[in-house]
Every structure is written in C-alpha cells, then in structure tokens.
Design a protein around this ligand. Structure first.
Ligand code: NCD
Length: 306
C-alpha cells in the first residue's frame, strides 16, 4: 500500500483496498495510546484555505499537532498576498518551500489537481468547488464502518443538495467501491446529482432517484443529509425557491429503522431540527470526531509517519 508523498485529489484515484487500509489505519489510531503520537515531529503542514471552514481546517490542524507536527497557513485569503492578486499557482509554489504537505480548499473545480501539478510536495484536496471533498468521504466511510460495523450491503440515502454538494460527490464514488450498496438519491429536481457522477456509478451499484424522503426513509440504514449550498447557486432566486425544502425532525424519524444512523458533514442550516440531536440516530457530531482520527491516518500515511 503506497500512500507516502501521495496527492489526495479525488476519491476516484483510490482503490477499494486503499480505502479499506485507510479505515483500518484510522481504527488502529482510535485505539492507540495518545502518548505515542509523535511520528510527525519536525514536519510542518500548510493549510491554504480560500473558502470558509471550521471542521476541515481545524481537524487537519489538530490531527497534525496530535501527531507531533506543526502547522502554518491561512483560513482567510484576505490576510495573504492573494488579496494583492497573487495566483493560486504562485501561492502554492511559495508555500511549498516552507512545509511538507499542503491542505488546500478552493472555490474552483480542478483547483487541487492544478495545485498538485505545480507542487513537488503532497497536495490534499480539502474541497475543490462543488466538485469533490475526498477526505470528507474517507471520514464518512469511517463513520459508517464504526457505527454500522460494515459498509457493504447497506442501504444509504443521500439527501439535499446533490448538485452542488461536493461531499456527496466524493461519497457517492466511494460507496460504489463496496459490494451490494443500494443508493437512494433524494433531492428536488433542480438539485439532482450531476450526470457525470450518476453515469460513473450507475453500473457499479443499485441507484435510484427520489424527490420525497418519506418514499424511501423506512428502507434506509444510513441517511446522509446535506446543506443546500446557497453560495454556489448562479442565481440566488433559484436558491430562494427551494431553501428549507427538507427538514428532519422527530416526526420524520418515526418511520425510520430503529438503527438508522443520521449523518451530516455539517454545517447544518435547517435540514435537521436540534431536537433530533438527542436521538440514537444522530451521529453527526461523532462524525466530526471521526474526522480528526481519519485525518490523523491520512497525514500519518502521506507524510511517512506510519
Ligand atoms: C462541507 C463542505 O465544505 O463541503 N463541510 C465540511 O467540510 N464538513 C459541507 C458544507 O459546506 O455544506
């Protein structure tokens, strides 16, 4: 298994064996003695974020520090020379002199791939526009594995903004690597998953599209809700028409399987009512914790710590 100095740009670059190995590594870290986390001492991670982030940036930073490494970077491009007009390529070519790997979030699709072409150190894609968010998919799979004990054979519903939501694109590709997964894609007509994603997976798994959650909810083992990506709509009036279309509350969940897990990459807006947080279904805050562990696994492997 070769992860050392590898770029993490798209889920499509990874095999089932590699994804399983990441999950196994994360699981090993979860049970490890915290005092042994020194494998990345003397290494530095650069975080270059051109879009807002809470979980992704902070969990990468925490993961690097927990492995004994250090972090530099910016979460607000207004504080860097990007404000003065510096290009992404130049930014990457400068930052790579100071660090051992770069975690990049950028509003443009293809940005991570382009950065990797310029850089001689690993680039980890932390979100490239509406296109992909591969490390989120790794942590989503790790969450499913920990909470359900398996991934193959499950019935999974993806709900909400399947058009602009990058986490669902990466997760869809990732789930298609497993055996006998049934995927229900639940969204309004305007936010259906992109054709390119649908066409890539349609021969690899059972997949069906729905508009109403109640039509499939009772069959689901996993429900993955997402935020409508307001900032990515070319026309805000289109967003206004469909905002708030889904709301999961206690009433909704009455028809769910006893052991359904409800996931969300967060942040949530109004897709899940706070009253649901206390139910056995809600795993989204745990999911954020699994994110830290998975990112420790990613950094440890990419930077040669394990
Ligand atoms: C997501 C993202 O940035 O794509 N957040 C995350 O990384 N957990 C989801 C979102 O913004 O809706």
């Amino acid at each position: 298994m070769n992860f050392k100095y590898r770029d993490i740009i798209s889920i499509k670059d990874f095999s089932r064996e590699e994804v399983d190995y990441l999950i196994k590594t994360a699981d090993r870290i979860a049970s490890m003695d915290k005092r042994r986390y020194t494998v990345l001492s003397s290494q530095i991670l650069g975080t270059v974020f051109f879009e807002p982030s809470t979980r992704t940036r902070l969990s990468f930073e925490a993961a690097m520090r927990r492995l004994g490494g250090d972090v530099i970077g910016f979460g607000e491009p207004g504080m860097s020379s990007v404000k003065k007009g510096e290009t992404l390529a130049d930014t990457i070519r400068v930052v790579e002199n100071y660090v051992d790997a770069i975690v990049l979030r950028h509003p443009l699709e293809g940005s991570a791939r382009m950065a990797a072409d310029f850089a001689s150190i690993p680039i980890i894609n932390a979100g490239s526009g509406a296109e992909e968010h591969p490390t989120q998919a790794f942590l989503d799979l790790f969450t499913i594995f920990k909470e359900k004990g398996k991934i193959s054979g499950l019935t999974v519903g993806l709900l909400g903004d399947l058009r602009y939501g990058r986490t669902v694109h990466s997760l869809t590709y990732a789930l298609s690597l497993y055996d006998d997964v049934t995927l229900y894609l639940i969204s309004p007509e305007e936010l259906k998953i992109r054709k390119e994603v649908f066409n890539t997976i349609k021969n690899k798994m059972k997949v069906q599209e729905f508009v109403k959650l109640e039509d499939v909810l009772p069959k689901l083992d996993v429900l993955y809700a997402t935020r409508i990506q307001k900032e990515r709509f070319p026309d805000i009036s289109e967003y206004e028409k469909i905002k708030g279309i889904y709301n999961i509350n206690l009433e909704t969940l009455k028809n769910a399987k006893e052991d359904l897990i409800l996931m969300h990459p967060l942040p949530r807006v109004d897709e899940i009512s706070p009253e649901v947080d206390q139910t056995r279904h809600a795993v989204y805050f745990k999911q954020a914790k699994y994110g830290l562990i998975m990112r420790m696994a990613i950094l440890g492997l990419v930077l040669g710590g394990f």
